[in-house]
Design a binder for this molecule. Structure first.
Ligand code: ZN
Length: 135
């Protein structure tokens, strides 16, 4: 058996029962790389890059897999929500000239109506609340 094969086997034995790479560890690792590159040009304290790297390694080596999986799941949900919000923000920015965006006063659901259509009675499609809105 070659040296590298033995090393790979030893490493996979070492990683048994550990969390390994997940989204949070992956992002912390890349965050560490990006922050350390940025710190060449910007006055960013080196501890941030180091802390991200330490956190990524901690996640990968952690034996409390259930807790790490739970944290990762919440992290995925959070990033998906953030991505959705950012996408919707840019869609609203694009449609601002033709539509007026507003929220339902009762359930805070986002709604839109064509600009120049005057004052109208709106029925929220989510909560059926009725209110007048001018656009
Ligand atoms: Zn509503």
């Amino acid at each position: 058996m070659g040296f590298f094969t033995r090393m790979a086997m030893a490493f996979s034995r070492f990683m048994v029962g550990r969390n390994g790479m997940d989204n949070m560890a992956f992002h912390a690792l890349w965050g560490s790389v990006i922050v350390s590159i940025l710190s060449i040009f910007l006055p960013i304290p080196g501890i941030i890059s180091t802390a991200l790297l330490v956190y990524a390694v901690f996640r990968m080596l952690s034996r409390n897999v259930a807790k790490r999986r739970d944290e990762n799941q919440r992290y995925i949900e959070f990033t998906e929500k953030l991505t959705r919000e950012v996408k919707q923000f840019f869609l609203r920015l694009k449609g601002m000239k033709t539509h007026k965006y507003f929220r339902c006063p009762s359930c805070r659901n986002r709604l839109r109506m064509k600009r120049g259509s005057g004052e109208k009675l709106i029925t929220c499609p989510v909560c059926r609340n009725q209110f007048t809105q001018k656009a």
